[in-house]
Design a protein around this ligand. Structure first.
Ligand code: PMP
Length: 399
């Protein structure tokens, strides 16, 4: 008999599975608020002008496609560290950080997880409750036990900071805590600057190992403003990990552009850590692809293209905010029983709307509007053409 005879069907991915259902839906009015992708007001995934310009230059130069080094493109890695810490950061000038190019934010998390499993084999991982759907499975697949720390407070639609802090303060030294550096996915609820300072202090007191997931730098308030958490940890003298994703901020989803950065206590230590991280990469996929990283590096190295990119990123941020305000106004105009003004305060692409799984199911079956069963919607999929339809549908399922 076949070696696969007893293989069970794995469950569908909760979010990518939604995409499949959306694609199969034949209603012309359908709207996909499920997946975390930025769409323009025309409902298209943008190809940023800065990216297009860098691609044109690269195409004209027609570079050969040799292997990259295991750690990827040096100019890219340097540029990523500068975005995270600021160009003048002593961590960079003193050589205490290492960055390796990775296959998206997911790839960066996985390389980091595999390395951490070798470094701290007995440690447990703590993720926020709730967190990005893939965090738990990803760290479990690296061999870790994954637990939650309290995060979202449904009553206030904000962060249960007292609960979060008390939990972190109870963890054993060496526990690894995954933190969303900005634009928390799925809730849109972020810590304040003062709360970040408290989290840094707890990590220091308890000897915790922070792993910051930075998938939306630039989507809340801008590149530097959105790096407050990273920079608070950078100033603390702690050792920590950061995964970066440029899927959203450069609209380069399919090119898989990300990076893993590790902050060490000295240059010499960083050299040893780099050698070990490279082993993880080498035994997984050997070295990263060329195109995406080269484009991001070219944009960030050119003052003109960098400015153009920051302007385009600001455009995405501003449009999402406009959709937040508009949705809140339109729901109020439809006399829905709840006050939705909290949607305006949430940051990034997502909102935890408070819609129940039943209401989400009705949005899908009656209106062809797809959202995650937890009530998470992606505001970046709303536009001036579909927002009235969405507001009508939400009002209908709320009544
Ligand atoms: N972390 C978080 C919090 C995310 O939201 C995402 C993307 N949705 C990722 C990591 C993964 O990013 P990428 O698509 O670049 O792998």
């Amino acid at each position: 008999s076949s070696i696969f005879a007893a293989v069970e069907m794995a469950p569908r991915d909760p979010i990518l599975g939604l995409n499949e259902a959306f694609n199969a839906d034949t209603r012309s009015t359908k709207v996909n608020l499920g997946v975390g992708v930025y769409f323009t007001d025309e409902g298209k995934i943008p190809l940023l002008a800065a990216v297009k310009a860098a691609e044109k230059t690269r195409l004209e130069a027609a570079p050969a496609r040799g292997y990259q080094p295991i750690e990827g493109l040096a100019a890219y890695n340097t540029a990523v560290a500068a975005l995270l810490f600021g160009k003048e950061s002593p961590l960079i000038t003193e050589g205490k950080t290492i960055t390796v190019e990775a296959l998206g934010g997911t790839g960066a998390l996985k390389v980091g997880a595999d390395y951490l499993k070798r470094l701290l084999p007995e440690a447990k991982i703590y993720i926020s409750d709730p967190s990005w759907e893939n965090h738990r499975a990803l760290f479990e697949s690296a061999g870790f036990t994954v637990e939650n720390y309290p995060y979202y407070d449904a009553a206030t639609r904000g962060v249960n900071f007292a609960g979060m802090k008390a939990c972190l303060a109870s963890l054993p030294a060496g526990a690894i805590i995954v933190l969303h550096a900005c634009c928390h996915n799925p809730t849109g609820a972020d810590l304040s600057d003062a709360q970040w300072a408290e989290v840094v202090a707890v990590c220091q007191e308890r000897g915790l190992v922070p792993f910051l997931d930075m998938a939306y730098q630039g989507f809340a308030d801008g590149i530097d403003a959105d790096a407050v958490a990273v920079r608070a940890f950078a100033a603390s003298g702690l050792q920590f990990f950061i995964s970066s994703s440029f899927s959203k901020s450069f609209s380069l989803y399919g090119e898989r552009v990300g990076a893993l950065t590790v902050v060490c206590s000295s240059k010499e230590e960083a050299g040893r850590v780099m050698s070990q991280v490279k082993r993880v990469v080498r035994t997984n996929y050997s070295n990263p692809p060329t195109h995406g990283g080269a484009i991001v590096a070219a944009v960030l190295a050119s003052p003109e293209l960098r400015q153009q990119w920051e302007d385009e990123l600001a455009g995405m941020r501003v449009r999402i905010r406009a959709m937040r305000t508009s949705l809140v106004e339109k729901l109020a105009a439809r006399n829905v029983p709840q006050d939705f003004s909290f949607v305006i305060k949430q940051r990034g692409m997502f909102s935890y709307t408070g819609l129940s799984a039943d209401q989400v199911e009705r949005l899908k079956s009656e209106f062809g509007i797809y959202a995650v069963s937890t009530g998470r919607i992606c505001l970046a999929a709303l536009n001036t053409k579909n927002i009235d339809y969405v507001a009508d549908a939400i009002a209908a399922v709320l009544k």
